[in-house]
Design a protein around this ligand. Sequence first.
Ligand SMILES: NC(=O)c1ccc[n+]([C@@H]2O[C@H](COP(=O)([O-])OP(=O)(O)OC[C@H]3O[C@@H](n4cnc5c(N)ncnc54)[C@H](OP(=O)(O)O)[C@@H]3O)[C@@H](O)[C@H]2O)c1
Length: 293
Amino acid sequence: MSTIVMTGGTSGIGAVAVSLLRSEHRVVLGARRPASGVESLPLDLAALASVRTFAAGIRHRLGSEPIDVLVLNAGVIRANADGRTVDGFETTFAVNHLAHYLLLRLLFPALAPGAVILLTTSGTHDPATGAGLEPPRHADARLLADPQLDPALPAEAGQHAYTASKLCAVLTVRHLAAEYPNLVTPIAFDPGQVFGTGLAGDLALPMRVAWKVLGTPVGWPLRQFQPTLNSVPDAGAALASLASLDVAPEAGQSYAAVRRGKLGWQEPSELARDAEVGAALWTESARLAGWKD
Ligand SMILES: NC(=O)c1ccc[n+]([C@@H]2O[C@H](COP(=O)([O-])OP(=O)(O)OC[C@H]3O[C@@H](n4cnc5c(N)ncnc54)[C@H](OP(=O)(O)O)[C@@H]3O)[C@@H](O)[C@H]2O)c1
């Protein structure tokens, strides 16, 4: 039995994973609302104070029991990049990346040797997947935290905030792998495109409707032709297989992607493989999150 601490376990892909994991493992969720049938502590990733309180609560709740698997799966996508958190950061960047970065730093001392750290990313971080969303132009945390400072902010700023936050997830995983090679097992999890989850909840009505409808059996024919399209059960099962340690990365691999419903190992985008960009993101994220070594 492993001890798994997880965000984003109350809906969509994460909720399926939790339903598969909870009978055999101790799963403790960070969630905005109490989850039924599983341990949870309050966590709002849109507030760094909440992240600190949650991390302290986890340390207290677990005592000397180490965390075997840390699953940072929560995420949002928004129609624009106008929202700001209570800390003053662009909401998508703050929730998807910065809060998870801080949580990772706070819980790092509580990880078991060799602990698996799963960060949910997206194929949209990579222009080569042709996902249809505005691809990330950079992973400059200062500009992502305040897109008004970005001289090359695209018109689809909400999409850019999302795909860039998912690029940040891959860069963080690769930075961890480079800096702590024998200490932890970091994995970027790319579920493919998964209609029918709650992810489109903040988007415009037509997108919300399409997302919901394509998540029903109506979407089945599409999935037969497009390898990046997956069902919620398949994506959730893939996440559970990584979190339960049933599937482990091959040497040198850290990007796990679900394609045609099956988990495999891939290379992320060229920008995601840039170690200097990853190191700069790590340092700037620490500054923004108020982290002191
Ligand atoms: N669906 C896709 O096509 C797709 C593709 C690539 C990557 N992903 C990624 O997969 C992950 C799961 O997404 P999903 O599609 O399963 O969407 P979902 O059903 O909307 O699940 C998102 C999860 O994140 C949590 N969350 C959002 N904002 C939060 C906050 N401020 N504080 C704490 N928790 C928060 C949600 O909690 P609540 O229940 O409180 O809302 C929910 O548990 C995300 O990281 C997403 O970016 C999804």
